[in-house]
Design a protein around this ligand. Structure first.
Ligand code: GAR
Length: 214
């Protein structure tokens, strides 16, 4: 049984998708938020999951917040820490402490569009395909070995909200998938810095590339 701790900052729909997936061999030890009013805490508590808040506003220094956060996480001795819409920049020390057992989901096809407002920026750039990425976390923001990506074609007439909604739908498929692979021991980091997924094509069912029109 693999124990995971999920970190959220708000809505928590990715956390909810992982909980609802009821992954075999996965125990969700806790959900921790840096915001006391994060809506996702209500869902987690209603599902009998231990919840905690480490409010970043109570800490003057980023390092002090990260140390308190690590203490709250480590109390649960997790095998994996899952960032699910956790909107804090983490210190290098924190990231190094969880090397190889800290994953994040980001709403773009990394390395394109790290940071905020990814859907707006994708539309402004005129990309034909957008999507989401699950990756191992390294000290550089929204960077690190890629576990799985979902491709979402941009439709004519898309606005930020419609594109975000379709990407989010794919996030909810690939994040439980990535956690399942981790729990099954199928993720390995190669010497080339890339993630290898054993035993299955890493392309998820939501993988949608439009056919070429010649
Ligand atoms: C998700 O779209 C996630 O990819 C994004 O925040 C949203 C959280 O939604 N994360 C990032 O932008 C991290 N760089 P949720 O709280 O409903 O899961």
């Amino acid at each position: 049984m693999k124990s995971i701790v999920i970190l959220i900052s708000g809505r928590g729909s990715n956390m909810e998708a992982i909980v609802r997936a009821a992954l075999p061999g996965v125990r969700i030890a806790a959900v921790i938020s840096n915001r006391p009013d994060a809506a996702g805490l209500n869902f987690a508590a209603a599902h009998g999951i231990a919840c905690a808040v480490v409010d970043h506003k109570q800490f003057g220094e980023r390092a002090a917040f990260d140390a308190a956060l690590a203490e709250a996480i480590d109390a649960h001795r997790p095998d994996l820490v899952v960032l699910a819409g956790f909107m804090r920049v983490l210190t290098d020390d924190f990231v190094r402490h969880y090397a190889g057992r800290l994953i994040n989901i980001h709403p773009s096809l990394l390395p394109a569009f790290p940071g905020l407002h990814t859907h707006r920026r994708a539309l402004e750039a005129g990309v034909r395909v957008h999507g989401a990425t699950v990756h191992f976390v390294t000290p550089t923001l929204d960077c690190g070995p890629i576990v799985v990506q979902a491709v979402v074609p941009v439709q004519p007439g898309d606005d930020e909200a419609s594109l975000a909604a379709r990407v989010l739908d794919h996030e909810h498929r690939i994040y439980p998938q990535a956690v399942r692979w981790f729990a099954e021991g199928r993720l390995a980091l190669g010497a080339d810095g890339r993630v290898q997924v054993s035993g299955e094509s890493p392309a998820p069912s939501g993988w949608t590339v439009p056919p070429l029109e010649c």
